[in-house]
Design a protein around this ligand. Structure first.
Ligand SMILES: [Zn+2]
Length: 277
């Protein structure tokens, strides 16, 4: 079993024009499920409302059983959380929430997130944040960590760990380790975009090594494999997707020589986090 923990569809987004069929074709039979959210509520030429983009996501997930929906939160556009409360109440199929501080241009530390995170706590939904460059004033991992500390019992995923160069990844790893050492937040991360340029997985390997050997023990359960498909040219066909997944398996297997670890990264961790039994 393999689950891709971070994918999308969305027509007319800044990253491309992606139908639900497109992501279904890309993942093909490479994975069993893909956790998915609708870019039409995040960044699109025809941006949809919080209600409409998420109802579309539910329809797509009903048609394509491989898609496990996340609800897109428009923290800065919605006036309050009644829409999101309605969605989570009526559609328990939403397994978690998706936040994009960079597209919303709303710093992750803003108090506007609080009501959403209270909902996440109430409905027991993990929250996937786009985690940007360490210098981003909206979505740096440090800002997300600040917010996560206010909700230590809500699992918060640093999507892409952080964007940017190795320095950005190292900083995000430090933040993860700090949260584990001090038990100040429940941070996870996904592996999408890390090392996408080289495919050598050097930074993913560094991340795994660091979390495997924390002073509190092995915390590799906090790492989820993800592609972010179809965002990124390297993600936009089944052949490329398969190549990237195979590369991940080969590099991680040969470096760590630990099949259980690989299974955790590809499946067990995401299953346990989202309760997908
Ligand atoms: Zn995303």
């Amino acid at each position: 079993m393999i689950i891709d923990s971070h994918t999308h569809y969305g027509r007319f987004s800044q990253w491309g024009d992606f139908s639900p069929e497109f992501i279904i074709d890309i993942i093909g039979d490479c994975v069993d499920y893909a956790i998915c959210s609708n870019l039409e509520g995040i960044d699109s030429l025809y941006l949809k409302s919080e209600l409409d983009c998420n109802l579309d996501m539910i329809r797509a997930a009903k048609k394509y059983k491989k898609l496990l929906p996340l609800a897109v939160c428009q923290v800065d556009k919605s006036l309050d959380i009644h829409v999101m409360r309605h969605l989570l109440t009526e559609y328990p199929q939403f397994i978690g929430l998706k936040f994009h501080p960079e597209c919303e241009k709303l710093p992750a530390t803003s108090p506007k997130y609080d009501k959403y995170l209270e909902l996440a706590r109430k409905f027991k939904k993990p929250c996937l944040f786009h985690s940007g460059h360490i210098k981003s004033r909206f979505s740096s991992p440090a800002l997300i960590y600040e917010k996560a500390k206010q909700f230590p019992d809500v699992p918060i995923i640093l999507g892409h760990l952080s964007t940017g160069p190795r320095e950005s990844h190292k900083e995000a790893i430090k933040i993860l380790l700090n949260s584990i050492r001090t038990e100040s937040a429940t941070l996870y991360c996904d592996t999408s975009w890390i090392d996408f340029g080289t495919g050598n997985l050097e930074d993913v390997i560094l991340l795994i090594k660091k979390l495997k050997n924390t002073p509190k023990g092995d915390y590799t359960n906090r790492i989820l494999w993800a592609s972010d498909a179809p965002v990124g040219d390297f993600n936009q066909s089944n052949a490329l997707y398969r190549k990237n997944l195979d590369n991940f398996r080969v590099k991680i297997s040969s470096y760590f020589n630990d099949e259980e670890l690989l299974k955790k990264l590809l499946y067990f961790n995401v299953r346990d986090l989202y309760g997908l039994y």
